[in-house]
Design a protein around this ligand. Structure first.
Ligand SMILES: NC(=O)c1ccc[n+]([C@@H]2O[C@H](COP(=O)([O-])OP(=O)(O)OC[C@H]3O[C@@H](n4cnc5c(N)ncnc54)[C@H](OP(=O)(O)O)[C@@H]3O)[C@@H](O)[C@H]2O)c1
Length: 410
């Protein structure tokens, strides 16, 4: 944004809910600090909600627009109109960017305005700025982490208390860590939208939301967490975006981690993101995953950046192929009849699919036994075929359950 002496920066605020309300207060309480950092004082020049304000009039008297409405309609149109009118745009809206990234980045480029969206991904962690600026000339191999605080809180509570998913979800709702309708958080869709954005930034390729398969945590059993503890594992909902065989793979799935992993100690409603590249080895950042004040502070950080100077507008380069079948290690839970030969039959079937067992726990319950194992890395399609074969064995007393495991040692 061009320096204009000591003229205030007029901010048009779209949405004054949880984040917008906190942002309006922060603009007032931190106006001196913003002025000291940038030479210009911020002020809210107009507010649009469902019951107040007129977008056209707000646009007219604003130097930049902050969109905190959420969703894509009417947020998308306001974002387009603002940028086409030459106003930089700051937003916390992951859906907007995950679904309409190509269009919005294109308009920002054509209009020569900044589009900032730090608060849309991984809460307060400055991962967007880090990828775009600090690692702007780095060939990133992999970005991954815990990008949904709700699910991290639920999994941490299930592991520490032994309580079931439904009970812990209720507690998360009481504490304000989960929304009344938690569907998009717990089924992985929210994390998928964030990973689509991170993958686009890290690999300069136009990944869209429908190219990000996601699995959630709804069917995780307290048993899985208890057995995993015996194997020294902790469970997280991970988003992973990585280069694979000349293409990219972007996915969200629940996943066990070994104790030395930098993401293993991240508990409660926190987020953490790791970036890997040959020249940086690996960088990990963690922080609160959401919250009105926390998100508003990330939005204000973007406003400071917009006022302070230009940043290259995000550009996509080549479209990289999306790789669907990647290699993973797995935790496998089997309930089987406790009779002679069952272990040999299971080992043979796994061996026939080229799958080898890394660690193993057995517990008897009456005539049945529970077998819990971690298998070494193999192609996911191969593992799925083996699980299908196991499910058909007469020895099975229930459907096999499997969860991915990150084997990487740190
Ligand atoms: N809450 C968090 O912790 C968090 C964290 C990260 C990112 N975000 C993102 O931040 C954004 C805002 O979230 P929030 O939690 O602050 O939402 P919210 O509390 O529901 O507030 C939404 C605001 O937008 C206004 N609004 C809704 N539809 C509108 C329309 N058609 N026209 C004009 N105004 C409209 C609402 O107006 P009324 O006041 O009239 O209802 C309200 O002021 C979302 O994109 C969200 O994903 C939130």
């Amino acid at each position: 944004m061009a320096a204009e002496g000591s003229k205030p920066v007029r901010i048009g605020l779209l949405g004054r809910g949880t984040v917008g309300g906190a942002f309006a207060e922060l603009v007032e309480s931190r106006a001196d600090a913003v002025e000291a950092a940038t030479g210009r004082r911020p002020e809210i020049s107009g507010v649009l909600t469902r019951s107040e304000g007129d977008f056209g009039a707000i646009l007219e008297r604003s130097d930049l627009i902050v969109e905190l409405i959420g969703g894509t309609d009417p947020a998308r149109q306001y974002a387009i109109d603002a940028m086409r009118a030459g106003r930089p745009l700051v937003t916390a809206n992951k859906q907007l960017l995950a679904q309409h990234g190509d269009e919005l980045f294109g308009i920002a480029r054509e209009s020569g305005v900044q589009l900032r969206f730090e608060a849309a991904v991984a809460g307060v962690i400055p991962i967007v700025r880090t990828i775009q600026e600090s690692f702007g000339a780095t060939e990133i191999d992999k970005v991954f982490g815990i990008v949904n605080g709700t699910t991290n809180f639920i999994l941490s509570e299930m592991a520490s208390t032994g309580a079931g998913y439904d009970e812990v979800l209720g507690r998360a709702q009481e504490l304000g860590y989960a929304e009344a309708d938690p569907t998009d958080d717990v089924n992985g869709a929210d994390a998928a939208a964030k990973m689509a954005i991170l993958a686009r930034l890290a690999f300069h390729t136009p990944i869209t939301l429908d190219e990000v398969p996601f699995e959630g945590i709804e069917s995780i059993q307290p048993d899985d967490l208890a057995y995993a503890k015996e194997l020294g594992l902790s469970l997280k909902l991970l988003g992973v975006a990585e280069r694979v065989d000349g293409g990219v793979s972007v996915r969200v799935f629940p996943c066990f981690l070994y104790p030395g992993h930098p993401l293993a100690p991240i508990e409660g409603p926190f987020n953490a993101v790791m970036v890997e590249a040959p020249e940086i080895t690996e960088v990990t950042m963690s922080g609160p995953g959401a919250g009105g004040l926390q998100t508003a502070s990330a939005v204000l950080g973007d406003v400071v950046s917009v006022i302070a100077g230009e940043v290259p507008v995000h550009e996509t380069r080549e479209r990289l192929p999306v790789v669907r079948d990647v290699a993973s290690s797995f935790y496998l839970y089997l309930e089987v009849a406790d009779r002679p030969g069952v272990l040999a039959r299971i080992a043979t079937l796994l061996g026939d699919h080229g799958i080898s067992v890394k660690s193993f726990v057995q517990r008897g319950i009456g005539d049945d036994a529970r077998l819990v194992m971690v298998v070494h890395q193999c192609l996911e399609s191969r593992f799925a075929a083996a699980v299908e074969g196991l499910a058909e064995l007469d020895d099975m007393r229930g459907p096999p359950r499997s969860i991915r495991v990150i084997e990487e040692q740190f």
